[in-house]
Each structure stands twice: as structure tokens, then as C-alpha cells.
Design a protein around this ligand. Structure first.
Ligand code: APR
Ligand code: ZN
Ligand code: ZN
Length: 362
């Protein structure tokens, strides 16, 4: 039976989002139908709306979500009706050359639901990041739904589905931050603050937050930054060297996606240190680095896809840490809003007023 639900779509480039009736089919083999409880508003949703990702309008927006499995298709045994799940956009295939080598966190053939969700007139929707979760019920591949402890708040848990996971993983997994490490995080939005939170959780003893907005630096302190640098007022590379005995940090994390701040990360890093790029660059940007320094400084220049997370490994563990009071996820929820307030939330995000607005379904 096809169900009619309410959802938020972007119909054409730059146009305000619209609330529409969405038709969601029953799950076929390998799929799960999830009743969404909460979904965060992410820059990527706005990028879809602006036509910056592709032209496959109309988009069903939303992708940082948690909810309850309502039904599963034949052959699905990962999740069952009633499970509280976080939705991810990297359902690993288990068979590609990366999975076959035991590196399924990098799976090169992740999958989504096979059947489309549509508008009432049959127009197929392109779901954001293969999810589409500003909607009362969504259809995903079963591997996109990861069961976690249902005691967690849905608004906080859903954020692990995208930006917060990217930041936590950039520090904990890609950067391999460990006890006593010094870390610098450039850009203190939701992703950068999550990297700060991840560095704190992993035992970093010095965490320097860099941003051009003092309000963001204040929030960064609440997540565990031990020092802050406003890079409009002072040179962040010099400031970081001063804070680290003249040496630079063990791990420098770029959470903006700009060549200029990437270079600052490169320079603010100690010998044999690691640079992690988790900010997404503009497709036309290029970088120039002194080649001898790339060699001479040693260490590693890494990129972090979705925090190099493996949802089945990381989501339940991080939710347990959250429920124990050791991981501050609630701090990322700046406000909860209704499904028809996504457009306003985009404006607040553009003005830097929020880390995350989170839609909570009534
Ligand atoms: N130097 C330092 N900080 C900067 C600079 C700069 N030149 N330019 C912007 N910033 C700061 C902003 O003030 C803001 O606090 O970077 C932060 C970026 O945060 P958000 O815009 O809230 O973005 P966020 O959701 O954290 O995502 C960051 O990660 O996943 C990617 O696509 C995402 O590229 C984006 C990045
Ligand atoms: Zn794979
Ligand atoms: Zn996102």
C-alpha cells in the first residue's frame, strides 16, 4: 500500500522550499520504511536547493535523521519494525573492492532504496543524499538504518547521521587523535565543533579553535576548546605555534573547505603531524603548497569522508557515550522546529545564528 505523507521539497533552483504530499511505497526486498521523529537542517540541504549539487529537481530534502522502523521488505534482517534507528548515507555493500578488503568504512558502492518516492502526480523525487527525511515517513535501504539505544533523544541522535558524525570522525578516526595530543580545528560550525568534541573525547590535552566569529569561538569553548583564536584579529598559525611551545599541533582539522584555511592547517601542524580535511571545497578551488615542505614535514595529509565512519560500528557506541553523559550531542541542537519551518531555518543557518535547527515531527 502506498502511503501519503507530508514532506518538504525543493521544486526548482533557488525557490523557497514547499510542503507537499509525498507518496511512499511499501518496502521491497532490502528496503525499510522509517517513521521520522527528528531531522536536522544541514548546509547540504541548502546546497541541493541552490542547485549546487546537481539538477535533478525536485529534491526531497533532509538527511540527518532518526526515527522508528515501521516496516521492512522481504529478506531484511538488519532491522525490524519498532527499532529506533539513525539513518546514514553510506549503506555499505559488503562486496566492492574496498569492502572485500575489510575496509567497508570506505565502501565504493554504497546503496539507497530502489523504489522512488513521488509527488501525488507521480513525479519522481530525488532524495537528498539518497535519504530524504524532512518527511513523516521515508523509504531507505535497510543498511541505511542503524539501530541504537531508544533512550536517546531523536533530535540529538539524528545529528549523528551527517555533520556531527563527520566532525567527530575527522578527529577520532581519520585524525587518530589520542591521549595528550594537541589539536587545532579551523571553522567552528557544527562540523568543527564536533571535531572539537571528538578531540576532547579522544583525550587531546590542547584543543585550539580557530574561527572569524567570536560567537562561534564561545560555543567552541563549551564543546571543549582549551584555547580560541579569532583569525580575523591574529595570525592563527603563529598563535597555534605559541600555544604549542613553538612546534605546531599534532592534528590540524580543516572544517570549512577553503584553500586558505587548508594552508593554515598545513603550516600550523608539527613535524610528522596530520592534516585532516573534512570541509567540502568548492569544485573549482585549487591549492598550492611548498612541495619541499610536503616532504620535509612528513606526517599525513588526509581527507575524511563522513568522518570515515562505519555506522554499524560507530552509531551505537556514540549513542552509548551520549547516554552516559560523555558525549555532548544536545549542545548541537540550537532549536527544534516544525516541518514547515525549514525555509526559516535556512536563513538562520546562513546568518550563522545556529549550529543546527532540528525538525521534530509532531
Ligand atoms: N577562517 C576561519 N573560520 C572561517 C573562515 C575563515 N576564513 N570562513 C568561515 N569560517 C567559519 C565560519 O565562521 C563558521 O563558523 O567556519 C565555520 C563554518 O561553519 P558552518 O558554515 O556552520 O558549516 P558546518 O556545518 O560546520 O560545515 C563545515 O564541513 O561538511 C562540510 O559542507 C560542510 O564544507 C562544510 C564544512
Ligand atoms: Zn562496498
Ligand atoms: Zn548533512
Amino acid at each position: 500500500m502506498v502511503q501519503s505523507v507530508r514532506g518538504v521539497i525543493a521544486r526548482s533552483k533557488g525557490a523557497p522550499v514547499e510542503m507537499e504530499t509525498i507518496l511512499v511505497p511499501d518496502p521491497s526486498p532490502g528496503e525499510a520504511l522509517v517513521a521520522i521523529q527528528a531531522c536536522g537542517v544541514c548546509h547540504t540541504d541548502l546546497h541541493y536547493r541552490e542547485g549546487a549539487i546537481n539538477d535533478e529537481f525536485p529534491f526531497l530534502l533532509g538527511h540527518e535523521a532518526a526515527g522508528i522502523v515501521e516496516a521492512v521488505g522481504p529478506g531484511v534482517d538488519e532491522v525490524a519494525p519498532g527499532d529506533f534507528v539513525i539513518i546514514n548515507w553510506r549503506a555499505v555493500c559488503g562486496q566492492c573492492r574496498s569492502c572485500a578488503r575489510g575496509r567497508s568504512q570506505y565502501c565504493f558502492a554504497t546503496h539507497n532504496a530502489n523504489q522512488p518516492m513521488t509527488l501525488a502526480d507521480g513525479t519522481k523525487l530525488s532524495p537528498a543524499l539518497g535519504i530524504g527525511a524532512f518527511v513523516e515517513k521515508t523509504l531507505v535501504a535497510a543498511g541505511q538504518a542503524t539501530k541504537v539505544n531508544p533512550e536517546a533523544s531523536a533530535a540529538a541522535a539524528g545529528l549523528l547521521g551527517c555533520g556531527v558524525m563527520a566532525g567527530l570522525g575527522a578527529a577520532m578516526t581519520t585524525g587518530g587523535v589520542g591521549r595528550g595530543d594537541s589539536v587545532a580545528v579551523f571553522g567552528c560550525g557544527g562540523v568543527g565543533d564536533a571535531a572539537i568534541e571528538g578531540a576532547r573525547l579522544a583525550g587531546a590535552s590542547t584543543i585550539v579553535a580557530v574561527d572569524i566569529d567570536d560567537r562561534k569561538l564561545e560555543w567552541a569553548r563549551q564543546f571543549g576548546a582549551t584555547h580560541t583564536v579569532n583569525s580575523r584579529e591574529s595570525d592563527p598559525v603563529e598563535a597555534i605555534r605559541e600555544l604549542t611551545g613553538g612546534n605546531g599541533v599534532d592534528v590540524a582539522i580543516e572544517a570549512i573547505g577553503l584553500p586558505e584555511t587548508y594552508r593554515q592547517c598545513f603550516e600550523a601542524r608539527d613535524l610528522a603531524g596530520t592534516v585532516v580535511l573534512v570541509g567540502v571545497p568548492n569544485p573549482t578551488a585549487t591549492i598550492e603548497l611548498p612541495f619541499i615542505e610536503v616532504f620535509g614535514r612528513g606526517g599525513a595529509l588526509k581527507s575524511s569522508w563522513y568522518g570515515d565512519c562505519l555506522p554499524s560500528r560507530d552509531f551505537p557506541m556514540l549513542i552509548d557515550l551520549y547516554l552516559q553523559g560523555r558525549l555532548n550531542l544536545d549542545g548541537f541542537v540550537s532549536e527544534t522546529i516544525a516541518l514547515d519551518e525549514v525555509e526559516e531555518a535556512f536563513h538562520k543557518m546562513e546568518c550563522g545564528e545556529v549550529l543546527r535547527s532540528v525538525v521534530v515531527m509532531d
